[in-house]
Design a protein. Structure first.
Length: 266
């Protein structure tokens, strides 16, 4: 009987020991898991303060997009001359001349067009200004001849009577004396078969092979013919080409002013 009671006591003690062992093992696992989940870096503060890997690199923001465009090389803007600006159907077209080539070359571009490396970035029809781009440089140009360097928003000081017309490069407004031959003499010789200067280029003028060409005309008549042709070029506002680099007579100037093609001389 006593033997049976001893066996029961031993079994109960064994169960208690097993339960205590399980409790201790679980608490140890929890402590280990907690130490792994939340490591303490305070012990490494002394090492990190000495910067063993060097200073942290500085973060530099790329502000190249905010940089203003570089000015063009000296002399580039001086070789460009704005000679025309038109607006049709809401689109602005700019004409300019590049004097750095021989002979000078003329360009007519809409905004966004590119020709021979020149790109028309923007154009202001009312202010008669535009901005070109060449080799990565932006070049302002203006009808006022200041290469667009005037203050932004400024407008020509002289009110334009050419509003709504096409601006074009016009010859110098210098008054010269009339040619030696009179108008009556010219008309008389024209009636007698001497050819004057019609309104078309010389190639189209030579339809009648019996009439003399421009080179065969006397110097006085050739000058009058060229003047007549120049007047038509000015009236065409650049549609037939740039005006000839010859000064206007007082009579020619008065005619063009009366027609509203030119502004009155100051």
């Amino acid at each position: 009987m006593s033997y049976g009671l001893d066996m029961i006591r031993h079994r109960q003690q064994g169960r208690r020991l097993a339960c205590w062992a399980a409790v201790v093992l679980c608490s140890g696992n929890v402590a280990v898991s907690a130490s792994i989940a939340s490591p303490d870096f305070q012990r490494y503060t002394i090492i990190l303060d000495r910067r063993p890997f060097g200073a942290a690199p500085e973060v530099v923001e790329d502000d190249r997009d905010n940089q203003p465009p570089s000015p063009p090389p000296p002399g580039v803007a001086l070789n460009l001359k704005m000679c025309a600006i038109t607006e049709r159907g809401g689109r602005v077209r700019v004409g300019f001349m590049d004097n750095s080539t021989t002979p000078p070359r003329t360009y007519f571009l809409f905004v966004g067009d590119v020709d021979n490396g020149f790109m028309l970035v923007s154009a202001d029809y009312e202010a008669e200004r535009a901005v070109l781009k060449k080799d990565g440089f932006e070049i302002p140009i203006s009808m006022s001849g200041t290469s667009g360097l005037a203050a932004s928003g400024s407008k020509p000081s002289v009110p334009s009577l050419m509003a709504g017309r096409n601006r074009r490069d016009l010859p110098p407004r210098r008054i010269i004396a009339a040619p030696r031959i009179t108008r009556e003499q010219y008309l008389k010789e024209q009636e007698e078969g001497v050819r004057g200067m019609p309104s078309a280029p010389q190639a189209a003028l030579q339809q009648n092979q019996n009439q003399p060409s421009m080179d065969e005309l006397p110097s006085d008549l050739r000058e009058l013919a060229m003047r007549k042709y120049n007047m038509e070029l000015i009236r065409a506002q650049g549609e037939k080409g740039l005006a000839l680099p010859i000064p206007l007579t007082e009579e020619e100037d008065s005619i063009l002013v009366g027609e509203g093609v030119l502004l009155p001389a100051p």
